[in-house]
Design a protein around this ligand. Structure first.
Ligand code: ARG
Length: 571
């Protein structure tokens, strides 16, 4: 619609000021079209002030001249001082918008712009022998949502869980297990027991520093492929993955690849050789580094004094491997902002290696999460395990359902959808770089900007549509005059811009734009719902109002899907 108006303005200016040089193009006009603060002023406005110089005339005069040349169409133009205000033809706007949403067949906002392109997304990327804490919630839900958004736009996506499964800490873990642990305890308690052993190691090592050497020795065994060390380490890894799989299942998250740090063990030599052939490696106190001083960054450490590789070395190997294997158009790293320097360094090193595609790697960073006002800290022992949080969310959602709708069938599974949805919504409702503070009473409320509120609106649409079916209202051609009121028009306006929101969410890696958009749609629809009797009136009017409800339901469901939230039909 905005495009069409820009074209109309452009032709009208040309007609009114024939032959004048410097008339702005339709695109330039498009960029200056505004949405007036109040509906009574019009649906769109075009300020003529910038034209004064080119057209050598006062803005109100220009507005008047141009307005006279605007023909009748889907929008009516009037002048207000130096402004041209446009009023859409409400009936045809309703008809066009709902026609487009309907023909998208439940995928309004989707497209094929990405077809033939591949995007790698590195997210969640948990660490072995640690329990899944809420510190890894954002990367998981943000990455998952982005992968859905890109697929919705036709891209092929590769979801990668770059496991943290390498490093000296695993040597310490093995030493601790061999010294204080037992197979049965670990088998029974899983990762919790591994954590206990790890903490014990650090307590003991404080008294007896020689334990660090023991830890290193065990890590060397893992590195050299010693049978026992390898077997135990694999076992610990399986235990951790089994633990996290439960959480992924609750969140509906899955991965195409679990190639983590250890996967690159046999791919390190290529990196080191290549770096040294390209003259990028220098020695510094026995270690090998890539000097990045010229780029205002500390050196990127590639090999330690003892020849061990590092996190960064593995990430460089991973980048080369991903490019070779998937030939990505973009490779996204969904990781907290604390690792900003790390990613700037490795992207720079890959660029210095001469790979022009280095520019297609992006760090999608995000802020910190705190829980009921407290920051999380492993050291201070303040960890919130994600599985506990999600269980609590489900219990609390069940309590709310028991209060509000005790007759609801299949309460447990709705409580799961609502509880988990509330947590995901809370995480994806703000600009990703903003820190998040997680409070139960805010997250689970049924009104305000929350997951349950959006889900509830969806369920409300579903039940209204069911009522419409049951009422046996005669099918009729919708009469779009029934949707010309302000409330319906506002809901339609939000529906019509949903595809732009999805595109922008993808280009800015910002699912919160979708969260915002579905919430706005729900608020607009609820306002409509309270002020209008949807099932009353002529069959053709009811048909139009029911169609609006149906398209709202579909779009809200799509929006929820894109942020990773389920949409129960009854709540
Ligand atoms: N395992 C790391 C952590 O938990 C995140 C890894 C991110 N991905 C990467 N390719 N470095 O902090």
């Amino acid at each position: 619609m905005k495009n069409q108006i820009a074209e109309m303005i452009h032709s009208a200016i040309e007609a009114a000021y024939e032959g004048v040089q410097g008339i702005p193009s339709a695109e330039e006009i498009l960029a200056s079209i505004e949405i007036p603060p109040e509906r009574a002023m019009g649906d769109y406005a075009y300020p003529c002030f910038k034209l004064a110089k080119v057209l050598r005339s006062a803005p109100p005069v220009i507005a008047k001249n141009v307005c006279e040349k605007i023909g009748s169409g889907d929008a009516k133009a009037v002048t207000a001082g130096g402004y041209l205000n446009f009023f859409l033809d409400r009936e045809s706007f309703a008809k066009k918008t709902l026609g487009s949403v309907k023909s998208a067949g439940g995928a309004w906002g989707g497209s094929s712009v990405g077809s033939g392109k591949t995007i790698c997304l590195d997210y969640s990327s948990i660490n072995i022998a640690k329990r899944f804490s809420i510190g890894h919630l954002t990367t998981t839900v943000l990455g998952h949502s982005l992968s859905r958004i890109f697929r919705f736009l036709g891209y092929k996506t590769v979801s990668i869980n770059h496991l943290g499964d390498w490093g000296t800490q695993f040597g310490k873990m093995l030493y601790a297990y061999k010294t204080w642990g037992s197979e049965s305890e670990v088998a029974e308690k899983g990762v919790t027991e591994l954590l206990r052993l790890y903490v014990k190691f650090h307590e003991e090592a404080e008294k007896n520093p020689s334990l660090d050497d023991e830890g290193r020795a065990w890590f060397k065994k893992i590195e050299e492929g010693d049978a026992e060390a390898t077997r135990l380490f694999q076992w610990f890894k399986e235990l951790t993955l089994r633990d996290t799989e439960r959480v992924y299942k609750l969140l509906g998250v899955s991965f195409d690849s679990y190639a983590g740090e250890s996967f690159y063990n046999d791919k390190m030599e290529r990196v080191i050789d290549e770096l040294s052939e390209k003259g990028l490696l220098t020695e510094s106190e026995g270690a090998k580094i890539v000097d990045l001083e010229k780029y205002d960054m500390p050196p990127c450490l590639i090999l330690k004094k003892d020849g061990a590789t590092l996190y960064a070395t593995r990430d460089i190997a991973a980048a080369l491997y991903r490019k070779d294997t998937y030939d990505f158009d973009q490779c996204l790293y969904v990781v907290a902002y604390q690792q900003d320097l790390h990613f700037r360094q490795i992207f720079k090193v890959v660029e210095l290696m001469g790979y022009e595609w280095a520019k297609n790697m992006k760090h999608v960073s995000f802020g910190m999460i705190s829980y009921e006002g407290q920051t999380l800290s492993t050291r201070k022992g303040h960890i919130v395990f994600l599985e506990d949080l999600l269980k609590l969310a489900q219990e609390k959602a069940l309590e709310v359902i028991e209060q509000k709708n005790p007759e609801l069938p299949d309460k447990e599974s709705v409580a799961r959808q609502v509880g988990i949805g509330a947590v995901i919504y809370a995480d994806l409702s703000n600009n990703r770089i903003k820190d998040i503070d997680f409070w139960w009473d805010r997250v689970l409320s049924f009104d305000g900007e929350t997951g349950p509120y959006v889900q509830y609106t969806h369920a409300r649409c579903c039940s209204l549509l069911q009522k419409a079916r049951e009422a046996g209202i005669a099918p009729a051609e919708p009469d779009f005059k029934a949707l010309c009121d302000d409330e319906a028009q506002e809901a339609l306006r939000l529906l019509s811009r949903f595809p732009d929101v999805v595109k922008e969410a993808a280009s800015r890696y910002e699912p919160s734009l979708i969260t915002r958009a579905v919430t706005d749609i729900c608020q607009a629809y609820n306002k409509y719902y309270y002020e209008h009797r949807i099932l009353d009136g002529e069959p053709s009017e009811v048909a139009a109002k029911v169609l609006l409800t149906e398209m709202i339901r579909d779009t809200v469901k799509t929006g929820l899907y894109l942020i990773g939230i389920e949409a129960p039909e009854k709540m």
